[in-house]
Design a protein around this ligand. Sequence first.
Ligand SMILES: NC(=O)C1=CN([C@@H]2O[C@H](COP(=O)(O)OP(=O)(O)OC[C@H]3O[C@@H](n4cnc5c(N)ncnc54)[C@H](O)[C@@H]3O)[C@@H](O)[C@H]2O)C=CC1
Ligand SMILES: O=C(CO)COP(=O)(O)O
Length: 335
Amino acid sequence: MSLLNTTKIAVIGGGSWATALIKILCEQHNVQVRWWLRNQHDIAHIRKFHHNPSYLSDVVLSPKKVRVFEKTTEAVKGADYIILAVPAAFVQESLQHLSARHLQGARVVSAIKGMIPDRNILVTDWVSQEYGIKMEDTCVIAGPCHAEEVALEKQSYLTIASTACPAAEDFAGLMTCRYVSAHALDDLYGVEYAAVMKNIVALACGITHGLGYGDNFQAVLVSNAMQEIGNLVTAMDPRQRNMSASAYLGDLLVTAYSQFSRNRLFGNMIGRGYSVKAAQLEMKMIAEGYYATKSIHELNKLHQVNLPIVGAVYSILYEDQHPAAIMEQLKKVLK
Ligand SMILES: NC(=O)C1=CN([C@@H]2O[C@H](COP(=O)(O)OP(=O)(O)OC[C@H]3O[C@@H](n4cnc5c(N)ncnc54)[C@H](O)[C@@H]3O)[C@@H](O)[C@H]2O)C=CC1
Ligand SMILES: O=C(CO)COP(=O)(O)O
């Protein structure tokens, strides 16, 4: 491998999405992945066996292309791109040892579909505020794409959204391989807010499924949700956009209907009577929608967009309201 033309990509996070993205990167020529994971046992296992023992453990992680690091400061050294792939709730903690100096010269790519809790801001805004990265040097990886299907090499599509990142097209090239097709889109905020919202909707779908509602109801819930997502996105960043593009509608559909969706699964447990704590303990993975519900609810105090589905999920998860009673109320406002 010629080091001269090699693209160095730091990946922060040891979960299923980080593992799937590294699998895609390993399909490229001239790419070197510098991977930071939190879990020391996983690091030792990957160095020895070239598989992540905790997530997508069948995926082979080429030792020629992937180096693992204990420290974020080491992992990001000389990186052209830094991919953030931890759940939003842990991103501040994961990057705590990095300063603006460490990130200088790199483009930051968020693969996170969530918001920074308590501050209720998007991850790209947080990166820009915290590390002084220009917005045009950030982008997000979006689109309907479950890590599990990437692992199975099932045909998938990704959208690389940015304000106008000159490197978005190049990065889309790095995310394209035999079974993944990626394209660039200049709608960073629309795509990022839509990705946050669709997780809340998937929770609602799971809750109603757990309560015994059927496909007829879910189709109406998802159609109404699409309007709710559109209204929120327009309030946050008004402009013309095609909301039926796969980064918006496609991602909502896959998360609302897929057997692999953690948000849907989490909601389903709530609908079946689990408490929030019990559902979190049962799931090894993170349902971003749980945190996003609170962030969007709080953010919306300022914007006052009509968000009945978010309101219903908030009442169930944060106000201890009974799921069946709340869905009875929601039923009356859906059309
Ligand atoms: N899994 C998927 O198919 C996709 C995930 N995403 C997004 O990628 C982001 C990362 O999610 P996944 O890799 O799926 O997560 P995951 O649920 O597979 O893994 C959990 C991750 O959270 C970390 N973690 C757990 N507890 C922690 C703590 N207390 N402190 C710090 N880190 C902790 C784990 O180390 C691991 O990296 C999320 O924003 C998700 O929405 C986006 C597209 C697809
Ligand atoms: O964003 C995703 C698919 O596009 C993943 O959704 P879940 O976190 O619900 O599994």
